[in-house]
Design a protein around this ligand. Sequence first.
Ligand code: CTP
Length: 438
Amino acid sequence: MNGAASLWFTVHVSHFTLFYVLPQYVTLTADSRRKRYMADISSKKVVLGVTGGVAAYKAAELVRRLADHGIDVHVVMTQAACSFITPATMQALSGNPVYTDMWDARINNSMAHIELSRDKAAIVIAPATADFMAKLVHGHADDLLSTLCLARDCALLVAPAMNRQMWDHPATQRNAVQLEKDGVTLLGPVSGDQACGETGAGRMLEAQDIADAVAAFLAPKTLAGVRVLMTAGPTFEPIDAVRGITNRSSGKMGYAIARAAIGAGAKVTLVSGPSSQPVPAGASVTHVQSAAEMFDAVKRNAKQADIFIGVAAVADYRVDKPREHKIKKTDKSQLTLKLVSNPDILGWVAAQATPPFTVGFAAESQNLETYADEKRRRKKVNLIVANLAQSAIGADDNEVMLLDDTGTHKLVRAPKEVVAKDIVARIATLYKAGKKRR
Ligand code: CTP
């Protein structure tokens, strides 16, 4: 819809929000998705250690969220944990055998405490009780999980979960400090409502936050110290005091790229249109509504950026002179709104005298590769990520192709978290190659 500087556009205003009409898309089942991407990515393996706290129920959700990141989860539970959630649940969700006993006959040499961590990138304890933290500090090894932690040669990440007074107790505080001195990474806890009915610090992080933190911890630091500026989500162009023009972008892809870039060590500034996605931990986020506000925020930050990634579905047009008050219904059958073109944010960034490494997105409904490559050349961007709009917008997974000077690279359909990591890896490779040439 680019080109004309202004356009008369006739719309029937029957809803508070207008949507661009998109064809229905076909969704794959969760299982077929999982099989397709697990076959294609080199998934990292972790041990998830579950100890006996009421937050153990969140460990089930955590298994799913880790799997979204392409992480292969192997669960080890303490006896107390089995009082809160069953090994059968964890086995069904992780797709791997669950271990609870040092002497499990399924390990050939009866060395479960050594074997189970040997091919793993990390052990993640979630929830970690006050008692288990104390055991870690003192090197106790009286059950499978504590022995596994003592005998590990991989990273250990611990998500404490306990009553606020247990967390605030000087003994637990000493243990938390000591664990960090011992090289253990603490994830949380946070403040909030507790299962015991009290409110305070000691609540376990949500499963999504733990999974994101683990994925970020495991990611190769290919963008260490690199400053990434990016846009994400839709824009909202007001018509009057209560109505506007927007689109069906959820922000999922952009936020996943922000998380992946943070995981790769980048300093991320995210300019986001309206989205219900949780703010990525570690990102500096500016929330905007319209394309004009998004443009202003990008202009303020562009000079300091090494890389710019335009993921936002920016409205090409906005309403000329939105009404201050709600437009009242009349007996006329039509209402005419005048639309004027919005600035092309990506185009502006790429046209700077010394532009950052610039990445754009192309959502097409047909002729994907041809249109996307034409967009890449016209906007003079280093890399275009192209996808079919009808199968990407609002979905949890995505299938994209990456187009740059060297040609087209197709990525297999996968959850957006996994696709985001592959995109960031490609950006890092091209960005570093470009720096070498300069
Ligand atoms: N973009 C932008 N500012 C705009 C419009 C788009 O920064 N005003 C960015 C998007 O974030 C995305 C890319 O440009 O990275 C999409 O290009 P665009 O030409 O807008 O795509 P379409 O809207 O799909 O274009 P067309 O309607 O011509 O297909």
